[in-house]
Design a protein around this ligand. Structure first.
Ligand SMILES: [Zn+2]
Length: 488
């Protein structure tokens, strides 16, 4: 492959030289993209004008850090560091009792933090592994906590509900879909991607053999019966017609078989063993195997694989070359083309610009609705959180922070929260000694009766803040309230 690249490079160099341009070896690097971990450290023998160019694994092109295995971990690591440093800027603008309001802080995060997480998302986000995505989400959580003043213990769903924002993964998927849809437009430079073959994947051999064994288990059942007919020696029938299917060519497929598939194979064997022994469904699998003195499928196939591998060591064994061979390629991970099923329905609406924009909006609201529907119920209300009334905007930050915390159920004004951090504090109301002292109790405490309910935290934030004695600033202060700090 290097020689092909080299001959192309010399062609390119001749082409450029003829036009008084030059290919610069010092500014060039070579990178191999592979799914074969062993090739990762390969030194590429690629030269420009006779000068060998360095091989690098993590080139940064147009702001995306690429890597040879296309896992994009180096990219996510880089942007995590970036967002973390920008979160510090956010922190210096905020403070739970002073500083900028939620809207300014969120706008700042949307301007300096979130774009880093979204940049070129269609390229790297679909291939991003769960752990990396969770780290990115943690960065966003920090920013949202800073903006709303919510405590560490408040659930992530609450943060997104409070700020009306999508989590990183959902937001990046939302960005990937319009990008894919754009590919459907005539003459789009990425249009060829749509016709491309999907990346290779393992064809589940196991699915085929499970069906086979299941049908053979029926034969076994017709031979057996817990009180009549054949004895435990039906086992011999299973070993003759069922198990060989599970074992056949096991060294080839069994080591790559995933846990779920292997468990399905095991279930087939369990059925056969229950039929043979007459054991009931509830009897443990270990019992079945000890009763029949047989190995579970995985262990049995491993045994066969080891035996086969050992055979390879024999002189002139036709498979002996495998011993020195490179490890097999890793399975190909996802790309944004995986979303094709979601957007293909819009494919014929990409030519007209207005139509196209409408479809983009449809994708956007679809993503939001899916996420909103998936949100769990609010822990305080026991139902999904309603929207927060706009009148909350009039309140000072300190008060809005407290309200946001009370809506999450975790607030330093509540002994239910404090008792979880400090075991010396008990979860009782300081006014009436009832337990628990949670958000609900503030509205139900007999010493401070009110017509307000916990849902007033959403629907009527100003009145609720007044009732709770939270600072109202320039709004008319009700100093009659004994709970108000200025009231006594
Ligand atoms: Zn009370």
């Amino acid at each position: 492959m290097c020689s092909k690249v080299n001959s192309y490079l010399s062609d390119l160099s001749r082409f450029l030289t003829a036009r008084n341009l030059q290919l610069s070896p010092t500014k060039s690097t070579a990178t191999i993209f592979t799914n074969w971990t062993k090739e990762y450290r390969l030194e590429l023998d690629i030269a420009v004008d006779g000068v060998k160019i360095p091989t690098v694994n993590n080139p940064k092109i147009l702001g995306v850090t690429l890597d040879s295995l296309c896992s994009f971990s180096p990219h996510t690591t880089a942007i995590i560091a970036k967002v973390q440093s920008r979160n510090k800027i956010l922190k210096s603008l905020a403070g739970s009792t002073w500083g900028k309001d939620k809207e300014t802080l969120l706008a700042t995060y949307k301007a300096i933090g979130r774009p880093v997480l979204n940049y070129a998302a269609p390229i790297w986000s679909p291939r991003c592994r769960g752990t990396q995505m969770r780290k990115l989400q943690t960065c966003q959580n920090t920013a949202l906590r800073t903006s709303t003043g919510c405590l560490l213990m408040s659930p992530i769903e609450h943060l997104h509900n409070e700020t009306l924002m999508l989590p990183v993964k959902e937001h990046n998927e939302l960005h990937s879909k319009p990008c894919l849809l754009g590919c459907f437009r005539r003459n789009h430079p990425c249009g060829h991607l749509l016709g491309a073959e999907p990346p290779p994947r393992n064809i589940p051999h196991t699915t085929a053999i499970i069906a086979k064994v299941q049908s053979r288990n029926k034969i076994l059942k017709s031979l057996a019966g817990s009180t009549w007919r054949k004895d435990k020696e039906t086992l011999a029938t299973y070993k003759a017609i069922g198990r060989p299917v599970l074992n056949y060519a096991a060294p080839i497929w069994s080591p790559r078989c995933r846990g779920t598939q292997m468990r399905k194979l095991q279930t087939c064997q369990n059925t056969a063993l229950r039929t043979s022994t007459g054991c009931l469904l509830m009897s443990p699998i270990e019992h079945l195997h000890s009763e029949t003195r047989m190995l579970p499928v995985k262990e049995h196939n491993e045994l066969l694989s080891r035996q086969f591998l050992l055979g390879c060591f024999r002189r002139n064994h036709p498979c002996s070359h495998l011993l020195g061979a490179e490890p097999p390629p890793r399975s190909i991970k996802r790309s944004f083309l995986d979303y094709v099923d979601d957007v293909v329905q819009y494919a014929d609406r990409t030519s007209d610009a207005t139509d196209f924009r409408q479809v983009l909006t449809a994708i956007h609201s679809g993503a939001i609705n899916t996420f909103t529907d998936s949100l769990p119920v609010n822990g305080v209300l026991g139902v999904k959180a309603p929207p927060i009334a706009d009148e909350e905007l009039q309140l000072p930050r300190e008060t809005r922070v407290t309200l946001a915390q009370l809506r999450s159920g975790y607030c330093s004004r509540l002994n239910s929260y404090l008792s979880r951090i400090d075991p010396d504090i008990s979860n009782i109301c300081p006014a009436c000694n009832e337990s628990p002292h949670d958000t609900g109790h503030l509205f139900a405490c007999p010493t401070n009766p009110t017509h307000l309910t916990p849902s007033s935290l959403w629907s009527d934030p100003v009145e609720t803040a007044r009732f709770l004695g939270l600072p109202l600033d320039d709004l008319d202060d009700n100093t009659d309230n004994p709970y108000h700090p200025n009231g006594d």
